[in-house]
Design a protein around this ligand. Structure first.
Ligand code: FAD
Length: 417
């Protein structure tokens, strides 16, 4: 194969790369997506947020996704022993989408990739990016390698690294930095949901809080399968013995709500364990490249923000690259880095306040404040850039303050902690 030259090289065909390539291709730029695996392929990240529907809609990928008939997600239910806290995306502070999907990512990502190929986007599967050399003007030469070890080079004016857990440029350019979040690990698999209850109960996405820092996700899909995943501090997760299957079986027994539903149902595949899930980088862009999606930052699975950040950042990077290639000057620090970090910081606060206990105090309080609930619901729907929402604008203080008020109320009512 001959070496090629394109405007934009995109590493990875997950949601971030798909949305970015759809935008740039429509704008008339030459784009090449390099994808290491063969699609469909498994990846974790199955619970979406309403906000990401905007991104799929904007780049014309919504119809191919709608045609898949994925399970609709209208909100999220959190359980703590016998207390239930349910959010309905139709009742939220920020205007916007009030539903999304819960998806097996193999099918979801493949539906987008196939649609893009139909449109003429060049996606090269089963090729991995193994090296990148940047020139002073930001242009680059990328070396890719196929399964037989054959290498080719691609010249590009700009690179989007949307390689997710592959973290290609953070590794090659030494951009990784420790996350400020606690060390949590996760173990997950899929099952045939043979005892799925009828109606909404059977298809509802649920987060069952086992202990302050330990929780279980149950994500039913429209194909009859359900995703089960358990998250906790790494030390705690490592304290379970045996194979990953044995570990997950023991963990599932700790959920009084779901124990019976999933007992003795064989796992579709040996549960996968990902240790220390949070990832961070020193910078989100450089001369000739942008990091998007999981390759840039990953917080925590607890509020399902991963795919939404992936599509938000993928689309924004694509728009800025288009402007730059058309000759405009782009302020990457302000327009990309600061903007993305704003949203990341809001979610970061919620993750910290969740594991620290304040948010759980609010979620599981016996008196519900409908206004506060609407505002928090907008955050959980992914609308973390809407500064008319006090729970976005004052995220640093407000969660703590409300939790403190709840403590005082409980004291007054003689309920204790
Ligand atoms: P990916 O979807 O990971 O896609 C990256 C692609 O790049 C892959 O197809 C990969 O094969 C390819 N690639 C990698 N290396 C190379 C290379 N060298 N060359 C070429 N291609 C390469 N997010 C949610 O929104 N909801 C959830 O419920 C959720 N749960 C999660 C639970 C856990 C335990 C974890 C760890 C994450 C979870 N996430 C969740 C996050 C989610 O997995 C990611 O945020 C999301 O997949 C990011 O999309 P992406 O497009 O950035 O990358």
């Amino acid at each position: 194969r001959r070496d090629e030259t394109v405007d934009v090289l995109i590493i990875g065909a997950g949601p971030s790369g798909s949305v970015a390539s759809a935008y740039l291709h429509k704008k008339g730029f030459t784009v090449k997506v390099i994808e290491k695996s063969k699609f469909p392929r498994f990846v974790i990240g199955e619970s979406l947020l309403p906000k990401c529907m905007e991104h799929f809609e904007e780049v014309g990928l919504l119809d191919c996704l709608k045609a898949q008939g994925f399970e609709k997600k209208h909100g999220a239910r959190f359980l703590s022993k016998d207390i239930v806290c349910e959010f309905d995306f139709a009742v939220k502070h920020t205007k916007g989408w009030d539903w999304t999907w819960q998806v097996p990512r193999a099918d979801f990502d493949n539906a987008m990739a196939q649609e893009l190929i139909k449109r003429g986007v060049d996606i090269t599967f089963e090729h991995a990016v193994i090296d990148v050399h940047f020139n002073d003007d930001g242009s680059s030469i990328t070396t890719i390698e196929n399964n037989e070890g054959i290498k080719t080079n691609i010249s590009a004016k700009f690179i989007i690294d949307s390689s997710g857990h592959g973290r290609v440029l953070p590794r090659l350019l030494d951009l990784d930095t420790p996350s400020k979040l606690g060390k949590h690990s996760s173990i997950f698999t899929h099952v045939d949901d043979l005892r799925r209850p009828d109606g909404v109960e059977g298809t509802r996405i649920t987060f069952d809080v086992i202990d302050k820092e330990v929780w279980l996700w149950v994500i039913p899909f429209s194909n009859g399968k359900t995703s089960l995943g358990y998250v906790g501090p790494t030390d705690y997760m490592e304290s379970f013995e045996g194979t990953n299957s044995e570990k997950l079986i023991a963990m599932m027994k700790l959920s009084s709500y779901f124990k019976a539903r999933f007992e003795e149902i064989p796992y579709d595949f040996e549960p996968i364990m990902i240790k220390n899930v949070s990832k961070s980088v020193k910078k989100l862009y450089g001369n000739g490249f942008a990091l998007t999606g999981n390759s840039a930052e990953f917080l925590d699975p607890v509020f399902s923000s991963g795919v939404t950040f992936a599509t938000e950042s993928g689309l924004l990077a694509a728009k800025l690259i288009a402007r730059q290639l058309e000759g405009e000057t782009v302020d990457w620090e302000e327009e990309y880095s600061n903007y993305i970090k704003k949203g990341v910081n809001v979610f970061s606060t919620y993750v910290k306040e969740w594991y620290g206990g304040n948010l759980q105090k609010i979620f599981f309080h016996y008196k519900e404040n409908p206004e506060i609930k609407k505002q928090i619901c907008a955050v959980l729907a992914g609308y973390v850039w809407d500064e008319t929402n006090p729970f976005v604008k004052n995220h640093n203080r407000l969660v703590k303050t409300v939790a403190h008020i709840i403590d005082m109320e409980k004291k007054q009512d003689g309920i204790g902690h």
